[in-house]
Write a protein that binds this ligand. Structure first.
Ligand SMILES: O=C(O)C(=O)C[C@]1(C(=O)O)C=C[C@@H](O)C=C1
Length: 360
C-alpha cells in the first residue's frame, strides 16, 4: 500500500509493517533455534560463528536500499543475530572493565546486547577468564590510530594458547563531563593516560593549568568526577550516563578519525568469511636481511601486510618478535603455501588466528 500524507493512514501502514516484521523476526528466531538443535545433534558446540555473522552483515549492508544508513542497518541486524544466538546458547564475554569503558562499547558493537558481559580488572584478567573457561570470549584493545599498539595485549597473545576470532573497530569519541560544574569552575580533570594523549591539544587550548589526575580507565575517571563536584573527567558517553554526569564538551579528541582496534579472543578456529585477516608472530635469526627473507614468500605470493609491529623477544636482549597482520585467511591455498614457506625460514612461528575483517 502506498502511504499518503495523512498521519493516521501513515501510522496504519507502519502498524501493518510492524506486524509483518514481528512475524518475520519470530520465524527467524525459530530457525535459529532449529540451527542450535542441528548443531547439538552433531555434537557441535560452536554456536557462535563469526564468519557467518560477518557474511550476513556484509550482505545486508550491500542490499540496503536506504534511507537507513549502512551502519544503522548493521546495528539492527547485529541485535537480531545477538538475540537469535542467545536463544541457541547464551554467551559470556569478558571485557576490560569497569562498566562504561570503550572495551564495553566494542564488546557490544561486536556481540550485540543479548550476551552476558563480564568486566575484568585488567587486560591480563580477560585472557585468564577466557583461558580458564569462565568466559567464552574476551574483547581486548590492541591498537589506537593515534597512540599505536597496546603492548600488553601483544605480549599476552604470546603467553596464552588462545586464538584471535574477530576484530572490532571503534571510533573513539572523548567527552569532557562533570557532575554539574561548568568548564571554568573545574579544578582537576580525571583522565586515563591514553585518553590524555589523544586530547593533548584540546586540553592545552581549553584547560591550561588545570590539574590532570591519572585514572586507571575512562569509566573510573567518570566515577571519580561523580564523587567530587570540583572535578571533571574525560570519559565515554555510556560512563557519563551511568554516573549521571553532564557533557560540557563533546568530541574533544585531537584527531577526528581517532579509532581503536580491539581483538576478540577465544579458543575456536574461525572459518573463512570471504574478507578476512590472519595474524602471526614470527622471529628470524639475528642477522642482516633476516626480516626481508621472512617476508619475501608473502611478497612473492602478492599477499598484503596490513600491519607489522616488533616487540622485544623476552628470551634474549636485543632480539625481537614481529607481529604481522595480513589480508586473507590462512586456509586460503596461496596463503597457506606462503605461510608454510615463511614458517620454514623462521626461528619462531605462531599463527594467532584468522578472522573476518571488521564489518562496520
Ligand atoms: O548460522 C548459524 O550457525 C547460526 O547459529 C545462526 C546465527 C543467526 O542468527 O543467523 C546465529 C549465531 C551465529 O553466530 C551465526 C548465525
Amino acid at each position: 500500500m502506498k502511504a499518503t500524507g495523512d498521519l493516521a493512514a501513515l501510522r496504519t501502514a507502519i502498524d501493518a509493517l510492524d506486524s509483518d516484521l514481528m512475524r518475520l523476526l519470530s520465524q527467524r528466531a525459530g530457525l535459529a533455534l532449529e540451527v542450535g538443535k542441528v548443531k547439538r545433534a552433531a555434537g557441535d558446540t560452536q554456536f557462535y560463528r563469526p564468519e557467518r555473522e560477518a557474511a550476513i552483515l556484509r550482505r545486508i549492508m550491500a542490499e540496503n536500499p536506504g534511507p537507513l544508513a549502512k551502519d544503522t542497518v548493521a546495528f539492527l541486524f547485529r541485535e537480531i543475530i545477538s538475540a537469535c544466538l542467545a536463544l541457541e546458547s547464551p554467551l559470556r564475554v569478558a571485557y576490560l572493565g569497569p562498566a562504561g569503558t570503550f572495551s564495553q562499547m566494542a564488546a557490544q558493537k561486536h556481540f550485540g546486547t543479548a550476551v552476558e558481559l563480564q568486566p575484568g580488572a585488567n587486560i591480563a584478567e580477560i585472557f585468564r577468564l577466557v583461558d580458564g573457561g569462565q568466559a567464552h570470549f574476551g574483547v581486548v584493545p590492541v591498537e589506537n590510530s593515534s597512540e599505536g599498539s597496546v603492548n600488553q595485549t601483544l605480549d599476552l597473545l604470546l603467553d596464552y594458547p588462545l586464538r584471535i576470532c574477530g576484530e572490532v573497530q571503534l571510533r573513539v569519541v572523548h567527552n569532557l563531563v562533570s557532575s554539574g560544574a561548568p568548564l571554568v569552575a573545574l579544578q582537576r580533570i580525571h583522565v586515563h593516560y591514553q585518553t590524555r594523549a589523544q586530547c593533548r591539544e584540546w586540553l592545552a587550548d581549553h584547560l591550561p593549568g588545570v590539574e590532570l589526575v591519572d585514572a586507571p580507565s575512562n569509566a573510573v575517571a567518570a566515577q571519580r568526577a561523580a564523587a567530587d563536584p570540583a572535578s571533571g573527567a574525560i570519559s565515554t558517553h555510556i560512563a557519563a550516563e551511568l554516573h549521571g554526569l553532564q557533557t560540557l564538551a563533546a568530541g574533544i579528541e585531537d584527531n577526528p578519525e581517532n579509532t581503536t582496534r580491539f581483538l576478540v579472543i577465544g579458543s575456536m578456529e574461525t572459518q573463512p568469511s570471504g574478507a578476512d585477516k590472519t595474524s602471526l608472530v614470527v622471529a628470524g635469526p639475528n642477522r642482516p636481511g633476516s626480516l626481508h627473507a621472512l617476508l619475501s614468500p608473502l611478497a612473492a605470493a602478492g599477499i598484503s601486510l596490513t600491519r607489522i609491529e616488533s616487540r622485544p623477544a623476552r628470551s634474549a636482549i636485543w632480539e625481537y618478535v614481529f607481529y604481522l597482520d595480513l589480508q586473507g585467511h590462512c586456509q586460503d591455498a596461496p596463503i597457506a603455501a606462503a605461510l608454510r614457506e615463511l614458517a620454514d625460514r623462521a626461528s619462531f612461528y605462531r599463527c594467532l588466528g584468522a578472522y573476518p575483517k571488521a564489518v562496520y
